[in-house]
Design a binder for this molecule. Structure first.
Ligand code: ADP
Ligand code: F6P
Length: 329
């Protein structure tokens, strides 16, 4: 790495919805910075901690054994005040007073919007690491936490399948994804769900019912319909109620997997991704890269300007959806 910038102290924070693997990313940032002789300060609770000076010194031992832990040791927050210019100014002043001359932000696109303000308004060197279970960040193939979340959902759905089959139930299962159907599409294919409803594709309840009747005529006595929380006809419960009105003879249940998808020990994939991106984020800052997210696409580390990462969206791979439609029938 060609070193172009010289920093004495960098800060690291996690922001937005937590994701398994965020701890592994923190660990990689801390250990890489210390490797290059840079001090590291952990900022607790995302941007809230920047406004309120919630700073903690980070040493190599403070990140020991966190690679296997879900959640984030720095805590996270959704801090709406940070959208206010005066709060951003306070945050910047606090960083300067603490002697922090660069920042690593681990979070989703909302967190990158905050990071972009610090970079654009104050010229603070900032690099982002994509951490969200939703996998909806433009420019990276995978976000930290997505693989763990989909594996957690898959295991839960496999269990639901057992009881659905034993009792001839039609189950509507809701997974996370307020604006994005990645988790639904991925786990739907992995569990052989009979149908997958995602925010990106409007659904027609009558057509869904028609399809369910068609399947039942083929002697399918149970089924799993996967519903992303931001689906066009609502979440699992709403869709289940609408279907029940049209097909009252069906024994229907709905369940919401909820926040279990955000917790748990990260998979090997998430630990490795987080370790790579944490390491490369610090090296990017030292190499003079700023105002960008460090991602991973087509087997390579990539740098994506915040403007792009914030304004564009990853769309769900249509082939997942198409393949599932063919082979689950
Ligand atoms: P995620 O990072 O997972 O997308 P959010 O959308 O909740 O989660 O964003 C996380 C935090 O980022 C917000 O609580 C807020 O502090 C900050 N943030 C989001 N949007 C902006 C914005 N437009 N300007 C400044 N800060 C923002
Ligand atoms: O940001 C990830 C996410 O899991 C979304 O899919 C979901 O809509 C949201 O977080 C829920 O977060 P919270 O319960 O913290 O508002």
């Amino acid at each position: 790495m060609e070193q172009k910038a010289d920093f004495k102290k960098i800060g690291v924070l996690t922001s937005g919805g937590d994701a398994p693997g965020m701890n592994a990313a923190i660990r990689a940032v801390v250990r890489t910075a210390i490797h290059y002789g840079i001090d590291v300060v952990g900022i607790r609770s995302g941007y809230l901690g920047l406004i309120n000076r919630m700073f903690i010194p980070m040493e190599p031992h403070t990140v020991s054994k966190i690679i296997s832990q879900g959640g984030t040791m720095l805590k996270s927050a959704r801090c709406l005040e940070f959208k206010l210019p005066e709060c951003q100014q306070t945050a910047y002043n606090n960083l300067k007073e603490e002697g922090i001359d660069a920042l690593v932000v681990i979070g989703g696109d909302g967190s990158f919007r905050g990071a972009r303000e610090l970079y654009n308004r104050f010229g603070l060197p900032v690099v982002g690491i994509p951490g969200t279970i939703d996998n909806d960040i433009y420019g990276t193939d995978m976000t930290i936490g997505y693989d763990t979340a989909t594996n957690t959902a898959m295991e839960a759905i496999d269990k639901i399948r057992d009881t659905a089959e034993s009792h001839n139930l039609l189950f509507f299962v809701e997974v996370m994804g307020r604006h994005s159907g990645f988790i639904a599409a991925q786990t739907g294919l992995a569990t052989g769900a009979e149908s997958i409803l995602v925010p990106e594709e409007p659904i027609d309840i009558n057509r869904l019912c028609h399809y369910l009747q068609h399947e039942r005529r083929k002697n399918k006595t149970s089924g799993i319909i996967l519903v992303a929380e931001g689906g066009s006809e609502g979440g699992a419960q709403e869709v289940a109620e609408k279907v029940k009105k049209i097909l009252p003879e069906y024994d229907i249940r709905s369940t919401n997997l909820g926040h279990i998808q955000r917790g748990g020990s990260p998979t090997a994939m998430d630990r490795v991704l987080a370790s790579m991106l944490g390491n490369r984020a610090v090296e990017a800052l030292l190499g003079g890269i700023s105002g960008q997210m460090v991602g991973y696409a087509s087997g390579k580390i990539v740098y994506v300007p915040f403007d792009e990462a914030c304004s564009k969206h990853n769309s769900i791979p249509h082939h997942l959806y198409e393949i599932s439609n063919i082979i689950s029938r």
